[in-house]
Design a protein around this ligand. Structure first.
Ligand code: ADP
Ligand code: MG
Length: 885
């Protein structure tokens, strides 16, 4: 989302520029931070620094054109008919683009004796305000987020111009990263004082509430809900930006934006940015859209359904009522497979009505957007009919019943659209053929005239052939000159030199163009017919456009109902998809309680399990998890690669799924509602953030200890491994004690510090668990099953072997390990009661340099080669101390 550096005009004055270039300078100075697409005929041209930046970003040729103030003018251009794909690439690279159109035809300019056609910027294209299909990701929302400081709080407002969604929230500044992680905004607006990287600078209005009320034509915002001053200011900022970029009067841009909805933090499962990242909810940790929770559970068949799913997973609820309503809807569609199949068949391929409506409202529509409304409403009616008479269900749950009602808008433009639109539609509004024959008498008459004229052209071709005595004469249409008579070179020459007697008057040949293989002529008769024809075609095109505008008007008049129907379709798609997923994967309805329950039988990790199925690898091993009162903390040990991280995340993801209103991959799940969910992975590098690994780990741990409460769920994955062993162990130890005694939240704590199990006796509500492994012929076999107790060994050498460390090194390492274990036995720092804390100085360091070096090793962080080098270093340190060394 970084904003690409704004290409400023290097040559700043327009002095000495041609009239067109003078226009360019004027428009550029009004949009210095955008690339200017300057319409010249069939091209959008770019000049100076814009051209250099665009040529580089688009990989197109940079050329030069003339000189300006003594330097050559760099330029490049893209064809108008294919400009959208270039635009898409520039927007994705973080540029903003100002589109300057020709506002009159060259003839009009000539008529008013202007030196150049008038041009104006009609739109500023930015990442957060695009509406074209090619610029949007179909299954993700495109949020424009505005932020306004408000005392010690922040007001946030975000809108999706493509669908009209508009929401606000007041938050503490510390919660901003979580909001950003949840929304993944395409573009941000903020005042400079917030110093937000990548944000477009925007001023904060002082009278936000008044301006917002004005924009929606209401006296007060009270009817919309309650907004803080910051929320109202942010919402006004977002609206101002939309208006400025769309160059539209307020009525037009607002036509399809819903009233802003204050979301508030209440009733929502709180997850911070680190938690969202580590759980890979909307994207994987590496940033990809595959291999995340959303991708693994998405069975929706419409783009709007997929967007709704993304929204729900990003913002699960924490209130039992609304969650249960969603579960009821899924359960009903699970219970009636025939109904589900019918619904899904009707939804499949249904057009994206919300975005079509957005383009219609912004007056940036194509004929297919009208068809999208027609077809979308048609599908909606079919689904409503299916829901009204379910065969396999006694009753339709309220959420589905509400949706079914919304599927039939009171005002329905579909029949009119059905009559008006042609069967196959042209791609652009400027092309003929939008309106069906028989819909409009006037248009039909114009088309007849045009078609008659076509017949007349054929007749004229015959007449001319006779009059000019050239049988091979052909009348053809030519882009630039209209209809012309084409003759081969020889008869053309005869015609010019020695015209036959009938080649006079209306038939007198007028030479237009000589080509290698022919000559083009016109004559008064041909020109008159050509004029009639093009006039009829123009008139028909005007009429068609007027009809299209009328149809747009019908859609806009019905916009609220259409938007509701589109939303209902998305909702139904989501529940049917969830039921489909539950049916295929044997997922269950979670039993949500208001106690601090947590009891899962045979739970699975939705992403890992799906990946194993896809790769036809070994089956995923389901695992139980019981964090019920009395055993709230689970301390999980086990070797690397045994499945600790998978187990931790699967239990956290089950909460996300359940509270988002989905079913869960388990045999049964009783879950006490979670208010805050924390997931942490030790030693995650935040190099981009510029903080050391350990610092990050500690800041994240501090957040948990400060914010988690008895209703929270915390999963901690090897926290403490980002520092030297003893520090890490000490911190992990103290954190566990605090979670047990003070925070009292449900916790799963995975660790490779086996010493921590010494705590089990001290903390009554902590139960040790371990990933079971089996030794088989000296090899370790990971069973991926969680069992009671503690890991006996860490199997590090076996993992090293799996990783391909050479046999000789492994043999040597086994010797070293044996003697290290021998030495350490008498010195176990944790063999008596909490000696770690009883002794002021850490006991272990300094015993032997090799021990220190070994302690400092992080096997997870080593490549096989580094592991080998480390072993050689250890060997050097131990030389003499180990038999055979
Ligand atoms: P750890 O955190 O203990 O090092 P991971 O959770 O990263 O282990 O799991 C390592 C690999 O083991 C995973 O990538 C997955 O392929 C496999 N795995 C983990 N849990 C299971 C399971 N329950 N069933 C089957 N395979 C699993
Ligand atoms: Mg792990």
């Amino acid at each position: 989302m970084d904003q690409a550096s704004a290409p400023a005009a290097r040559v700043l004055t327009a002095e000495g520029a041609s009239p067109a270039m003078a226009q360019w300078f004027a428009l550029k100075s009004a949009h210095p931070d955008a690339i200017l697409f300057f319409r010249m005929g069939d091209f959008f041209e770019m000049f100076f620094a814009d051209a250099e930046a665009a040529a580089e970003a688009l990989d197109i040729a940079l050329t030069y054109r003339g000189e300006h103030q003594g330097t050559r003018v760099p330029m490049c251009g893209v064809p108008v008919h294919s400009h959208e794909s270039y635009l898409a690439r520039l927007i994705r690279r973080g540029f903003r683009v100002a589109i300057a159109e020709q506002m009159e035809t060259p003839e009009e300019a000539k008529r008013r004796k202007a030196p150049a056609v008038r041009r104006d910027v009609v739109r500023l294209v930015t990442p957060g305000t695009v509406t074209e299909e090619t610029l949007l990701e179909a299954s993700r929302p495109a949020w424009l987020l505005a932020l306004a400081p408000d005392g010690d709080r922040l007001g946030a407002a975000w809108l999706d111009l493509s669908t009209g969604a508009f929401e606000t929230e007041a938050l503490a500044p510390g919660d901003l990263p979580a909001l950003l992680a949840r929304l993944e905004p395409a573009e941000m607006l903020a005042p400079a004082t917030l110093a937000l990287p990548g944000a477009v600078e925007a001023g904060v209005p002082r009278d936000g509430a008044r301006r917002l009320a004005e924009a929606y034509g209401v006296a007060t915002l009270d009817g919309f809900g309650s907004f803080s001053a910051g929320e109202a200011a942010a919402a006004a900022m977002a609206l101002d930006y939309v208006r400025a970029t769309q160059k539209a009067e307020s009525g037009r841009t607002l036509a399809h934006l819903t009233r802003p909805v204050p979301r508030g933090g209440r009733g929502v499962l709180q997850m911070d940015a680190a938690t969202r990242r580590s759980l890979e909810i909307l994207r994987s940790e590496r940033g990809g859209l595959k291999d995340c929770l959303l991708a693994a559970v998405d069975r929706t068949v419409t783009a709007a359904g997929a967007r709704l799913l993304a929204d729900r997973l990003g913002c699960p609820l924490a209130e039992p009522g609304p969650i249960a309503a969603r579960h009821d809807a899924v359960a009903a569609l699970l219970a009636d497979p025939a109904l589900r199949a019918r619904i899904r068949a009707s939804l499949k391929g249904a057009p994206d009505m919300a975005r079509a409506l957005g383009r219609l409202a912004l007056d940036r529509f194509a004929p297919r957007d009208l068809a999208a409304i027609r077809d979308g409403l048609g599908r909606a009616a079919a689904i409503a009919a299916a829901l009204e008479r379910p065969e396999g269900l006694a009753a339709i749950p309220p959420l589905l019943a509400d949706s079914a009602r919304a599927l039939r808008p009171a005002e329905d433009p579909a029949p009119a659209l059905g009559r008006a639109l042609a069967e196959t539609l042209p791609a652009r509004l400027d092309d003929p053929g939008i309106v069906a024959a028989g819909y409009d008498g006037q248009l039909d008459a114009l088309r007849r005239l045009r078609d008659d004229a076509r017949g007349a052209i054929a007749a004229l071709q015959l007449d001319l052939a006779q009059a000019w005595g050239v049988a091979s004469l052909k009348v053809r249409h030519h882009q630039q000159f209209g209809y012309l008579a084409e003759l081969p070179p020889a008869p053309a020459e005869t015609l010019l030199r020695n015209p036959p007697p009938r080649a006079t008057g209306d038939f007198a040949p007028i030479h237009r163009q000589t080509m290698a293989n022919g000559v083009r002529f016109t004559c008064a008769a041909l020109a008159a017919l050509d004029r009639r024809l093009s006039e009829a075609a123009e008139e028909a095109a005007r009429r068609e456009k007027a009809i299209a505008r009328h149809l747009r008007g019908l859609c806009l008049a019905a916009a609220p109902g259409i938007a509701d129907a589109a939303e209902a379709l998305a909702e139904i798609d989501l529940h049917a998809a969830t039921a489909e997923l539950a049916n295929a994967g044997g997922w269950c309805r979670p039993d949500l309680t208001e106690r601090a329950d947590f009891c899962i039988a045979a739970g699975r990790h939705p992403v890992v399990a799906a990946a194993l199925t896809r790769s036809r690898g070994p089956a995923f091993v389901p695992n139980d998890c019981d964090l019920s009162p009395g055993r709230r903390i689970c301390l999980l040990t086990g070797p690397n690669m045994a499945g600790k991280s998978t187990f931790l995340r699967q239990n956290a993801l089950l909460v996300v799924l359940a509270q988002a209103g989905l079913f869960v991959p388990a045999e049964s799940a009783r879950l006490g509602l979670v208010d805050r969910l924390f997931s942490r992975v030790g030693a995650s590098d935040d190099l981009a953030g510029g903080r050391s690994t350990f610092m990050v780990e500690m800041a994240e741990t501090a957040a948990i200890l400060n914010l988690a409460g008895p209703r929270s769920l915390v999963v901690l994955d090897e926290v403490g491994r980002g520092t030297a062993t003893w520090d890490g162990l000490a911190i992990a130890w103290a954190a566990l004690e605090a979670l047990h005694d003070r925070t009292r939240c449900r916790t799963i704590f995975a660790t490779h510090f086996h010493e921590l199990t010494a705590l089990a006796g001290k903390l009554p509500e902590m139960t040790p668990a371990t990933m079971r492994v089996r030794e088989w012929k000296g090899e370790v076999v990971f069973l991926h099953a969680v069992g009671p107790g503690t890991a006996e060994r860490s199997w590090g050498l076996h993992v090293a072997k799996l990783a391909g460390v050479p046999r000789a090194v492994l043999t040597r390492a086994a010797q070293v390990l044996a003697s290290l274990e021998e030495r350490a036995r008498g010195l176990d720092p944790l063999s008596d009661e909490l000696p770690l804390f009883a002794r002021p100085a850490a006991p272990a360091p300094g015993l032997h340099p090799a021990l220190d070096a070994l302690a400092a090793l992080d096997p997870d962080a080593l490549s096989p080669r580094e592991a080998q080098e480390a072993l050689y270093r250890l060997k050097t340190l131990l030389d003499g101390a180990v038999p055979g060394g």
